[in-house]
Ligand binder design. Structure first.
Ligand code: HH2
Length: 284
């Protein structure tokens, strides 16, 4: 990406998703899985990702938890490999386990993407605070095994805004600096189709929290319900939601398909100045 492009000037950041393929059969297989994840990360950076989100535990609805030792085996070699290969993108660790976050931060990650917003592990806030790491606080109703069973809210946007406010206060009390915090409504995490759409429609209300809003719609099932498309064929739908979210003030976009989303956001940013610049007093 050239420095002159709007993306490079800071209107948005793309967080490319690196899922470390589980392979419990042999160390050889594990090594190949790590190598594939590293190559994939390099490609995502070349396509315009400025954050690489490395995850070793699926958070899909119904997913079973992964033991810490296995999650560590999946992610640490990938983080080390990405840095050895010279990535300049920020490395994010997608985990809710403090032990995994700690080792990932030691290996060179500088952002903890915790889908439990520091509720999943009592030591997590301290690990983030001690490392001076960035931290993404995401909303989720229930846990991945139960979250899609009839989720209900009073006012989905108001409830999630209050939740994020409370989690920000908790993080601050635990010693995480305000400038290190990002917030995310957690699209698809305990939300019906209508909840997800309402969140996108009123995303500007979350910008009022004064912190960068992260949005992850990439290939998610609500897009499948709307379009009838299978998971690998939801790029256009992901682009539509990303551009809408940008227009309503999101600044970090967690996606699998970096190149097309980057093009779409570059055009959006050239057309409309980043809304979050007007609505927040703090920096992104
Ligand atoms: N979504 C998923 C995982 N981690 N983190 C944040 N901050 N925001 C999200 O929306 C988010 C997330 C789940 O994405 P999915 O496509 O279901 O799975 P994955 O991308 O891990 O394969």
């Amino acid at each position: 990406m050239s420095d002159a492009s709007p993306g490079a000037s800071g209107d948005f950041r793309i967080m490319g998703v690196i899922n470390v393929t589980p392979d419990s059969f042999s160390d050889g297989g594990r090594y190949l899985a790590a190598q594939a994840a590293i190559e994939h990360g390099l490609e995502l950076e070349a396509e315009g990702a400025t954050i690489l989100d490395v995850g070793g535990e699926s958070t899909r609805p119904g997913a079973a938890p992964v033991p810490e030792s296995e999650e560590l085996r999946r992610v640490i070699s990938v983080i080390e490999g990405l840095l050895e290969r010279g990535v300049s993108a920020q490395i994010s660790i997608d985990t809710s386990k403090a032990g995994v976050a700690l080792r990932a931060l030691e290996a060179g990650a500088t952002l903890v993407n915790d889908v439990t917003a520091l509720r999943g592990d009592a030591s997590m806030a301290q690990v983030v605070a001690d490392a001076g790491a960035d931290c993404c606080l995401m909303h989720m109703l229930g846990d991945p095994r139960t979250m899609q069973r009839d989720p209900r809210y009073g006012d989905v946007v108001g409830d999630i805004k209050s939740f994020l406010e409370e989690r920000m206060a908790f993080a601050l009390a635990e010693g995480v600096a305000l400038e290190r915090i990002l917030v995310d409504p957690g699209i698809g995490f305990g939300k019906t189709l209508e909840h997800n759409l309402e969140l996108l429609r009123r995303l500007d209300e979350l910008v009022e929290l004064g912190r960068p809003v992260v949005i992850g719609t990439s290939r998610k099932s609500f897009l499948g319900r709307l379009t009838g498309r299978e998971v690998d064929d939801r790029v256009a739908a992901t682009i539509a939601t990303s551009v809408l979210a940008y227009e309503r003030g999101a600044s970090v976009f967690r996606v699998h398909d970096v190149a097309p989303v980057r093009d779409a956001l570059t055009v959006a940013a050239a057309t409309v100045p980043a809304p979050w610049k007007n609505r927040t007093s703090t920096t992104r």
